[in-house]
Design a protein around this ligand. Structure first.
Ligand code: ATP
Ligand code: MG
Length: 270
């Protein structure tokens, strides 16, 4: 099947209504302003290059990576990366929040996990399991602990059998909360951090775009928003743009400052 066939028609499957589906085109729109660290950019490009050279890898009998885990603080681009990968690979994105999946019916989690992997086996996609650390989180009662252990086993088995044209992507805030055996099964690991100055500057210039602005405003924003996540930077710049539109003015320092005060990001120290 050609790549475009996967792209335009997303087969919906019964029993996996806990998933949200996005076309590569929708993913492209979402991920258009993505900023990667140099290391993550290298990892992503290498991953995509390998998938484009599958035959060569088969010839050499070298396995092809298909399981990515991303970890890092909120608002640093993990979920966005899943969209980016779907866009680049021209595959639909099938997104599931594991915490929601587990909390709705713990008893059915194992069978739901199986259904998801079965779907991905039959339909090439980026299967994205968000809030992935929810899988191993210890439960209160003894029965729940046992049930969770069964879910972890199911997941391990599904991961071991995962092959074909789909890729598995998982995201978590907490690397240390992930079961060791699960962790080890990911062939590709990506670490996310708050933006450094260079990344923040690049992201700000993408966000401001061609919006009319006071001179050297981007330098000011970059300094003022030090310590903010990408998600914070986005919200503050958006707020300031709205204020500029309401006031029929260009973007200027005071608007950024007001937007910052209103938004009140939780800035990490040091
Ligand atoms: N690296 C980035 N490049 C560009 N935009 C980003 C980046 N990281 C975050 N954003 C912006 O912030 C929003 C939230 O990012 P995203 O959902 O990817 O964060 P996350 O790392 O998955 O956070 P969480 O741990 O809370 O799920 C994105 O929709 C995007 O607009
Ligand atoms: Mg996320």
């Amino acid at each position: 099947m050609s790549k475009m066939n996967h792209a335009n028609r997303i087969p919906r499957a019964k029993g996996i209504d806990m998933a949200a589906f996005y076309t590569p085109k929708e993913c492209k729109r979402k991920a258009q302003h993505i900023v990667f660290s140099a290391e993550n950019e290298r990892i992503v490009e290498e991953f995509i290059t390998i998938l484009d050279m599958k035959e060569k890898f088969r010839e050499h009998d070298v396995s092809i990576p298909n399981k990515v885990v991303m970890f890092g603080p909120p608002g640093t681009g993990k979920t966005l990366t899943a969209s980016y990968l779907a866009q680049r690979l021209e595959l639909p994105l099938v997104m599931v929040r594991l915490d929601a999946l587990i909390h709705s019916h713990l008893g059915e989690t194992g069978s739901n996990v199986r259904k998801l992997f079965e779907y991905a086996r039959l339909n090439p996609c980026v299967l994205f399991l968000d809030e992935f650390d929810a899988i191993g989180r210890t439960r209160e009662s003894n029965d729940e602990v046992k049930e969770m252990a069964r879910v972890v086993n199911t997941l391990l088995q599904c991961m071991d059998e995962f092959e074909g044209d789909s890729i598995l992507v998982a995201a978590t805030n907490l690397e240390t909360q992930l079961d060791h055996a699960i962790w080890r099964r990911f062939d590709t690991k990506m670490t996310y951090t708050m933006p450094d100055e260079g990344s923040r500057r690049l992201y700000i210039s993408k966000l401001v775009g061609s919006f009319e602005q006071e001179s050297r405003l981007e330098d000011y924003i970059c300094e003022r928003l030090a310590g903010c996540s990408y998600a914070d930077v986005e919200q503050i710049v958006l707020k300031a743009k709205r204020k500029a539109i309401i006031g029929s003015s260009a973007l200027h320092k005071q608007l950024i400052s007001d937007a910052y005060e209103e938004y009140r990001p939780r800035v990490m120290q040091g």
